[in-house]
Design a binder for this molecule. Structure first.
Ligand code: MN
Ligand code: MN
Length: 286
């Protein structure tokens, strides 16, 4: 069941006409430190009205892009129920050839999103590795997302950028390709994204943005904030560099109660960045 509500700004296309489909998954039941990501989809929608429709640096007016806001999925009692139901919704968006943009909710919503694709790579921006095999008895916990994504696509097709927190158990096993936040500061985001794409080797990329990958100075409203993160501009550059290769996007772990709106505004702006960049590149294709 999909619940109606206020729509994302300029998302006035029907599902049949849409190039992009937004879906909110207000699920945060495996949150371990401080919950509240369930409030993010609607907070991000409200924040989306903050902006002009033009992104002048791309030469794009978002009113020209056909976007449908499918609303929010209902609440789920368990993460496994969420994964099953979200998988059906997202699968139908992807199989119809539309570009899914998922608003979490916690990071576990990425699991059904990525399972809707085959033969892609995933770049995850995250302070955390999320590579535990299970966490508090849950295999689809927010702390296990990278692991489940690797199960589906192969470890070699996953890269995590901006990491600065790894658990002892994650240190002991072979993990995904990582470029930590300290290395990105040294080498620059352009070099890091280029190396991640070379490592993955798949043409098509799904980008998952755990908002805690960004420094708490820019994005304080999140469940497990971690200092020394990427800048908001780094993430904008990352989206621009991925460009034509993006096939899907999510932004997760925004927990709007912990700031005065800045984090939801940033999430809304980065969603608009993805729409503008992907649409512009589609238009330029011969
Ligand atoms: Mn994280
Ligand atoms: Mn995460």
């Amino acid at each position: 069941m999909i619940l109606p509500g206020v729509s994302f700004a300029d998302a006035d296309a029907s599902i049949e006409d849409a190039e992009f489909v937004l879906l909110g998954i207000p699920f945060d039941r495996t949150a371990s430190f401080r919950p509240g990501a369930r409030y993010a989809p609607n907070a991000i929608r409200e924040a989306s009205y903050n902006f002009e429709t033009c992104l002048f640096e791309h030469g794009v007016d978002l009113r020209d892009i056909r976007v449908h806001d499918a609303g929010n999925l209902e609440e789920f009692a368990t993460v496994d129920d969420m994964v099953l139901s979200a998988g059906m919704e997202i699968g139908s968006i992807v199989s119809a050839g539309r570009f899914p943009i998922i608003m979490g909710g916690e990071h576990s919503v990425t699991i059904p999103a990525v399972r809707s694709f085959e033969d892609i790579g995933v770049i995850s921006i995250d302070a955390h590795l999320d590579f535990r095999d299970q966490y508090l008895g849950q295999r689809c916990s927010h702390a296990c997302v990278t692991r489940r994504v690797a199960d589906h696509l192969g470890l070699e097709n996953v890269a995590v950028l901006g990491v600065r927190s790894i658990s002892p158990e994650e240190m002991e096993i072979e993990g995904p390709f990582v470029i930590d936040a300290f290395s990105i500061l040294d080498e620059g985001i352009e070099s890091a994204v280029k190396r991640a794409m070379e490592h993955i080797g798949k043409e098509r990329i799904y980008l998952t943005l755990d908002i805690d990958g960004i420094d708490p100075a820019f994005a304080p409203a999140t469940g497990t904030p971690e200092p020394f993160g990427l800048s908001a501009m780094d993430v904008k550059r990352c989206i621009d560099l991925l460009g034509t290769r993006l096939v899907g996007f999510d932004v997760v772990e925004v927990s709007p109660g912990y700031d005065s709106g800045n984090t939801a505004i940033l999430a809304a702006r980065l969603i608009r960045e993805v729409m503008a960049v992907v649409w512009k590149n589609e238009r330029r294709r011969p």
